[in-house]
Design a binder for this molecule. Sequence first.
Ligand SMILES: [Zn+2]
Length: 114
Amino acid sequence: MEMTTRQELRREFNRFLLRRLPPCKEIAMLISQSLDRRLGLRERLILRLHLVACRPCERYLQQSEFLSSAIDVMNDDEKEALYEGALSASARERIKSALRSAAPLAAFTCLFLG
Ligand SMILES: [Zn+2]
């Protein structure tokens, strides 16, 4: 499929941005930190600009936010069991079924939860 001029411009713009911003590895760390604390102005700016140009990091942010919200609905005992790797079968099933709607993420989570 041939790229339109608009798509080529977009691709060049993304490359221009990504050459001037920290690599995805650093952005992934920023994304994780953004779930635990409010980022500084400079960090937020770097993150937003990177996300404009980088689809994988944008997806990583969405999946991280989704997982974080899934953990938020767990009670303290379930969280403790999750971190110890000893979640009860019923809790595992409940989480799996809640995550089934997000297919790619559910696959990862089922792998993670066993
Ligand atoms: Zn990236």
